[in-house]
Design a protein around this ligand. Structure first.
Ligand code: ZN
Ligand code: ZN
Length: 231
């Protein structure tokens, strides 16, 4: 049996999506929960923990996660974290002799800058746990018939998480089960992308005066759903 810390949120989220008839990607839902938990931890319980501070100082945050932290209540927590992070950036991203020293070369500055711009503490943590959850999904699909049945009722997986699921299937499943897994996931995708195409097409048609009075059907939120699916 897989670790409980991943099994419980996975099965609970699958049940919730099915019971409420939510039109959402399972892994996007899990991602959102992991992200919220990490953000609350980072500005709450973990904020003053020295080993976490060392990591946030080094890894920093992406723009999206900084923006989310700016909207949260604990401004002092954020400021304290920024204070030590700025100090770290000052000492590592900018060359020791100082940014404007004539001895500095552009190319020598690039490596630390590249490292700085590509890492985010929250993205790193969330991606790690989401990877484990994808493994749990594949494990449960392989070993628990009841779960596989519920999984087959998922409305869709966004393209990014479809990739993650297939990739996880390839390295976690025995060869003889990979095709079945591919069929299970891709049939969900095929049905959804076809209905999405029809809905967006109908949305476009509604701008033609001849269809003006026709009902919107499922097309009203089709652009929003297409963006969620594709990105
Ligand atoms: Zn997704
Ligand atoms: Zn991030």
């Amino acid at each position: 049996m897989k670790e409980q810390i991943y099994t419980i949120p996975v099965t609970e989220t699958v049940d919730r999506i099915n019971e409420n008839g939510e039109c959402t990607c399972l892994l996007c839902s899990l991602y959102k929960k992991l992200e919220d938990d990490e953000l609350n931890l980072i500005l709450g319980a973990s904020m003053m923990e020295p080993d976490i501070r060392i990591k946030t100082n080094k890894e920093g945050f992406c723009r999206k996660h900084f923006d989310m932290m700016l909207t949260m209540k604990n401004k002092l927590g954020l400021a304290l974290m920024l204070q030590s992070h700025i100090d770290e950036v000052r000492n590592t991203v900018f060359p020791k002799e100082g940014l404007f020293s004539p001895k500095n070369k552009c190319d020598a500055s690039l490596k630390p800058l590249e490292e700085h711009t590509k890492s985010c503490y929250i993205c790193g943590k969330v991606d790690f746990h989401l990877g484990k959850m994808a493994e749990t999904i594949v494990y449960l699909w392989e070993h628990e018939e009841e779960f596989a049945k519920k999984f087959s009722k998922m409305p869709y997986f966004c393209v990014e998480h479809y990739r993650l699921l297939l990739q996880t299937g390839v390295y976690k499943l025995p060869k003889n089960k990979q095709n079945d897994f591919y069929t299970a996931v891709s049939s969900i995708q095929k049905a959804y992308i076809n209905s999405l195409y029809d809905d967006v097409s109908w949305f476009c048609k509604k701008f033609d005066y001849r269809f003006e009075d026709e009902p919107w059907g499922n097309s009203k939120d089709s652009c929003e759903r297409a963006v969620k699916f594709l990105s």
